[in-house]
Design a protein around this ligand. Structure first.
Ligand SMILES: N[C@@H](CCC(=O)N[C@@H](CS)C(=O)NCC(=O)O)C(=O)O
Length: 502
């Protein structure tokens, strides 16, 4: 039997356990993304994700064709079988997912006739809807305009919108319906999911709102009804889960049109929402937000637990040493280090593959601590001798040293060893003891407790590599991130996700 994976298959695809989704947040990708978010909300279903960039034709490469000979996204791979089992074609994927996970039949039907009705609408859109709307997009945006093709696909798209309008208005049945399939007003099912991701983008086909309202009022109401669902918003990226909605990065998402949802790291229930569908979790906890180590440790544990449940492939944690343990109780007031070490222990105990990053001493602290003298020179006053070794770390640039201050200011710089009391007098009372002991720890034993750093440095091959690892993690951390970009960048050059016109 031919190998399902090759050397070119991305490692994260080969190593995925459970369900793995290969997608881009296009109308077809979003069908499966929404379905998974629905299942996650009800049953806690978990999966991992690889984003495929269709603009580079990754989906046409040999490794991908082995999973989906049609060379299109999305594809799901079920790794719980003896041999990884790939599923292609969105409607087949939706059917596979409800069969496997929807134990209570919430998104499908038990009744034979209702089930048949669901299949009819699912197939109608897959075979007679998406291809027309897709081709309308393709020809409308193509550099070479072919009026006959545009006209044909425009008319056919309007015709299939009309078919949905007949069903939803109940014109030839029992009056208006809420959903495409099911008795009475119908029930939300995979037929709606499969149809909605395309029809909700009717405006990209060049249709006017007043015409749509006049011709397809029930279709438009159905589009809004489904668009209100949380899973639909999350699965399409119109809703973004952030830790703090007031941060500039969260605001940037909002400016792109995303609705922001706050996820509270303190709440066990809310953390899975952030982690769901992530490939790798990069965790940074902030002791200084509450200055309560219990809060920080609880947040770290909540994330570690949810990451394990979600089956993520790695946790990367920005950690620190336990000062109390390293000094055998000599320095016991550095909870912003100790708490992180506790979280690290907890992450290790989950068994999820993990990477711990122990950043050195933040150089940004130096600018706060540097005192400018009357003669313009700078003094750095620390409660250590000038022999203490500070592993300087610039969070943005990764490395640097004190001489840069001299270079930048052309003034001399000094180091001053001050007494603990003097040092504390520079600082607000609430943090004075903690910062004092933190610095005493740097002096003795030393920042990394005497550990040899050769192994860590050889992994990093220099600080730039770390930067690269982190930026690639950030790029993939939330499955549907690309959708917002995608919506706003529909361009004639985008290949073959034809709803958006390529
Ligand atoms: N019939 C397929 C269509 C999938 C499809 O056309 N996907 C588009 C994205 S929306 C794609 O992969 N385009 C890239 C290409 O054509 O190479 C399905 O329902 O899964």
């Amino acid at each position: 039997m031919a190998e399902i994976y090759t050397n070119e298959t991305p490692q994260e695809v080969k190593e995925a356990k459970g369900l793995h989704l290969l997608t881009q947040s296009t109308p077809n990708g979003q069908k499966v993304q929404i379905m998974l978010e629905e299942l996650a909300a009800v049953y806690g279903t978990t999966w991992t994700t690889t984003l495929i960039d269709i603009s580079t034709n990754e989906q046409k490469k040999d490794w991908y064709l082995r999973l989906n000979p049609n060379g299109r996204i999305p594809t799901i791979v079920d790794n719980t079988k003896d041999r990884p089992f790939p599923v292609m074609e969105t409607s087949a994927e939706l059917l596979y997912l409800v069969k496997k996970f929807d134990k209570d039949g919430l998104f499908t039907f038990d009744d034979e006739l209702e089930y048949s009705q669901m299949l009819q609408w699912l197939f109608f859109w897959h075979g007679s809807g998406a291809p027309y709307q897709g081709q309308l997009g393709f020809f409308s945006r193509a550099a070479e305009k072919v009026p006959m093709a545009i006209e044909r696909f425009r008319n056919e798209t309007l015709r299939v919108f009309g078919v949905l309008e007949i069903q939803l208005s109940g014109k030839y049945s029992d009056g208006p319906r809420e959903y495409l399939a099911g008795a009475g007003k119908g029930k939300y099912s995979i037929a709606d999911i499969g149809t909605w991701t395309w029809t909700s983008k009717w405006n990209l086909g060049g249709f006017k709102e007043e015409d749509m309202n006049a011709q397809f009022p029930h279709l438009l109401k159905w589009i809004s009804r489904i668009g209100e669902r949380d899973a639909v918003k999350i699965g399409t990226g119109s809703k973004a889960v952030t830790r703090d909605n007031s941060k500039p990065s969260a605001k940037a998402l909002a400016e792109k049109g995303a609705e922001l949802v706050n996820a509270d790291l303190n709440s066990k229930e809310s953390v899975p929402k952030i982690i769901q569908g992530s490939h790798t979790v990069f965790l940074v906890t902030n002791y200084w937000e509450t200055m309560d180590p219990k809060v920080e440790v609880t947040q770290g544990k909540n994330v570690a637990h949810a990451a394990k449940e979600a089956g993520v492939s790695h946790i990367i944690f920005s950690s620190l040493l336990n000062v109390t343990e390293a000094t055998n109780g000599r320095l016991v007031h550095v909870p912003h280090f100790d708490g992180k070490a506790d979280i690290e222990k907890h992450i290790r105990s989950t068994g999820v593959p993990c990477i711990f990053m122990h950043p050195g001493y933040f150089m940004s602290n130096l600018t706060d601590m540097m005192q400018k003298g009357e003669d313009g020179s700078f003094t750095l006053a620390y409660p250590t001798s000038d022999e203490a070794k500070f592993p300087l770390f610039d969070a943005a640039q990764d490395t640097g040293d004190l001489s840069t201050v001299s270079e930048a200011t052309r003034k001399s710089t000094h180091f001053a060893s001050v007494t603990p009391e003097q040092y504390k007098s520079f600082l607000p009372e609430a943090i004075a003891e903690e910062m004092l002991e933190n610095h005493l720890f740097v002096e003795k034993p030393d920042y990394y407790n005497g550990a040899e750093l050769d192994e860590s440095l050889s992994i990093l091959e220099g600080p730039q590599l770390l930067g690269r690892i982190l930026s690639s993690v950030i790029a993939i951390q939330r499955t549907w991130d690309s959708s917002i970009e995608f919506e706003s960048q529909a361009s004639p050059n985008r290949p073959n996700c034809s709803a958006l016109g390529a």
